[in-house]
Design a protein around this ligand. Structure first.
Ligand code: GAL
Length: 359
């Protein structure tokens, strides 16, 4: 175990011993250390929840925290992480903007003996990442595909239907997991021509959406409708994330969809963001994937705490998460599909939104 971590664990137990003996009544938080948390953007609701929850969990454990947001700018995030390292944080929890841009700062982190937890998005191309905490991201894609298959009745042999495919940001490793999970289930129907893609854009590099940006997806959907749909209508859209789903919805609505004669396509999503849950209740977006971010935050906080106490964090991955340089030990949580039929139950159990929020 690295010296700095051992020293820190020692300092903590000394502080506990002192206070147990009625000695100096020092604030536990100043002894336990400071954790740097680098989140990608404030533009999406989910990352605000992630940041808030990780900070709260670490504070409960007696840590100080430094939370920064990179405004979806990879260079800004690199500078922020370097600053956290200079400030002497004891561990880093990072949700990368560009999964391949962190080699430099993480080399500095390793040199300073600062452990690194890759949060939600796997950091690629570096040996200097200790653990990964996320959801089963291929399962996210499978849940989205399953929703489309059920809504269109593909298993009953119905079709042919038209579908367009959207993927996430090309610099986010999750994008490939979501796409692979979805395509694993959709490909047989594309092969049998029960599903057709009029735009012809099916390969991952043709369908990505830089920085998961809704307006970028809206523009692409508008172009596809103008170029590839004449009298034909689009029946389904595979969308990997709620911000993209709302962009797609704007595009189809602007094209006259949303009437009895021209119904909205089946549109999937992810993150159960408020706008999308409201859209599902209104019968527009058809599905989202709920991931309990408070659980994710808790696992990350526990991991940081275990590492700094010289213990091995709890892991549950059944396969190695290879980042191009090493297999990163991981803890993965389970996502849940949400649609109009189950949103009340899922949201009640998860305590995500109040009935007031949903009005
Ligand atoms: C992914 C994440 C998704 C979604 C997306 C856009 O990395 O796993 O849940 O939040 O980023 O922010």
């Amino acid at each position: 175990m690295p010296n700095r971590r051992a020293a820190l664990a020692g300092a903590v137990s000394l502080a506990l011993t002192l206070s147990a003996c009625g000695g100096q009544n020092s604030e536990a938080s100043s002894e336990r250390g400071t954790i740097g948390i680098a989140m990608p953007t404030r533009a999406s609701e989910r990352w605000l929840t992630d940041g808030k929850s990780v900070v709260a969990d670490l504070k409960d454990k007696g840590y100080k925290t430094k939370l920064v947001y990179g405004d979806d700018d990879p260079k800004a995030q690199v500078a922020q992480i370097e600053k956290l390292i200079q400030q002497g944080v004891d561990a880093l929890i990072i949700a990368a903007i560009d999964n391949k841009s962190l080699n430099g700062p993480l080399q500095k982190a390793a040199a300073a003996d600062i452990p690194v937890i890759s949060y939600d998005r796997l950091i690629l191309g570096t040996r200097n990442v200790d653990y990964y905490v996320s959801f089963d991201n291929e399962q996210v894609g499978r849940l989205q595909a399953r929703h489309i298959i059920e809504k269109l009745g593909l298993e009953k042999g119905k079709g042919p239907f038209t579908i367009e495919l959207f993927a996430g940001s090309p610099d986010d490793n999750n994008t490939k997991f979501f796409y692979d999970g979805a395509m694993h289930l959709l490909q047989p129907y594309l092969d049998s021509k029960q599903l057709v893609v009029p735009s012809g854009e099916t390969k991952l590099d043709q369908i990505t959406t830089l920085r998961w940006d809704g307006p970028t997806a809206e523009k692409r959907m508008k172009r596809i409708l103008a170029e590839s749909y004449g009298s034909e209508e689009v029946d389904a859209v595979l969308s990997p994330y709620d911000g993209i789903s709302i962009g797609v919805l704007n595009a189809v609505k602007a094209d006259g969809y949303g009437t009895a004669a021209k119904p909205l396509p089946v549109i999937t999503g992810q993150d159960a963001e408020l706008a999308s849950v409201k859209s599902i209740i209104a019968g527009e977006q058809s599905q989202t994937v709920f991931k309990d971010l408070r659980q994710l935050a808790e696992v990350a906080a526990n991991m940081a705490d275990d590492i700094l106490n010289g213990e091995t964090p709890e892991l549950n991955n059944r396969r190695a998460y290879k980042n191009g340089v090493k297999a990163v030990p991981a803890y993965l949580l389970q996502p849940i599909s949400v649609d109009k039929a189950n949103y009340e139950y899922v949201l009640a159990v998860s305590d995500l939104y109040s009935p007031e929020d949903l009005k």
